[in-house]
Design a protein around this ligand. Structure first.
Ligand code: CDP
Length: 242
């Protein structure tokens, strides 16, 4: 039975016909945390959502380390699918009409590496290419396509099935792990977030312009918050940290 559902069995004795001792055996099974586990009995899924540059990934990595949980950067999955679409040369205007079956042919998978969950595209483990300017500029366009979100949903839920996961992104607490008891929404002003990105990039030796970064962050906020599917917002039961 799916966790969280209440199921009433009208004639339990019938189970004896094909499985003598079924109910006794069932009672010995550990139900595990399950997606609704509201009790602190087992490892849960912790969700950390927020806008670009709010510090989600850094925070999620640190929280996962403290708890001994795995870390899922869901933005990286959206970036990976975006990279695949760019590499296949599918024009951006055509992304909105992409069908789920077509997207299922893209060989995306989650590959555990220690406590980090890396993203694999075919036999490549993706890393720096996910944060290229081309992918960053295109990712919100891909993320607003319903079939893209549907394609990536199972992948993300599967990663959290056994609990013990810190998942960061935009809709971890509102959609993907909507029933988890531990939700954080991390935020900061667009100016503050642009400044952080600026410092990061300068530190990496890249030449960047603060104004341009601010404009890009504001544009991405706008697109992420106003899309019809899974818009960026805090879950009602999230703890908001500014
Ligand atoms: O690191 P940054 O906050 O800039 O972005 P990211 O977390 O890598 O996510 C990149 C983009 O993917 C976001 O701007 C969203 O458009 C999309 N995304 C999403 O729609 N849902 C998620 N759960 C995660 C990312």
């Amino acid at each position: 039975a799916l966790p969280g559902n209440e199921i009433e069995v009208e004639a339990p004795k019938l189970a004896e016909v094909s499985f003598p001792g079924f109910w006794e055996t069932l009672r010995t099974v550990d139900p595990g945390p399950g997606p609704r586990a509201g009790s602190p009995r087992g490892p849960v899924v912790v969700t950390i959502d927020g806008p670009a540059g709010s510090g989600k990934s850094t925070t999620a990595t640190a929280v996962a380390e403290r708890l001994g949980y795995r870390h899922l950067d869901s933005g990286a999955i959206y970036r990976a699918l975006t990279l695949a679409l760019l590499e296949e040369g599918i024009p951006r205007e055509a992304w909105g009409a992409l069908e789920l079956d077509r997207l299922r042919n893209i060989p995306l998978a989650i590959a555990p590496e220690g406590t980090e969950l890396r993203i694999a595209l075919g036999d490549r483990i993706l890393a720096d290419e996910l944060r290229s300017a081309a992918v960053t500029a295109a990712v919100s366009d891909a993320a607003r396509v319903p079939a893209v979100r549907a394609r990536l949903l199972d992948l993300q839920r599967e990663a959290g099935r056994a609990g013990g996961l810190v998942a960061d992104g935009r809709d971890m607490g509102t959609v993907v792990f909507a029933h988890t008891p531990a939700k954080i929404f991390l935020t900061a002003s667009a100016e503050e977030r642009a400044q952080r990105r600026y410092n990061q990039l300068i530190h990496k030796g890249e030449s960047v312009n603060l104004r341009a970064l601010l404009t890009e962050i504001q544009a991405r906020d706008e697109r992420d918050m106003n899309r019809p599917v899974a818009p960026l917002k805090a879950a009602d039961d999230a703890l908001i940290v500014d």
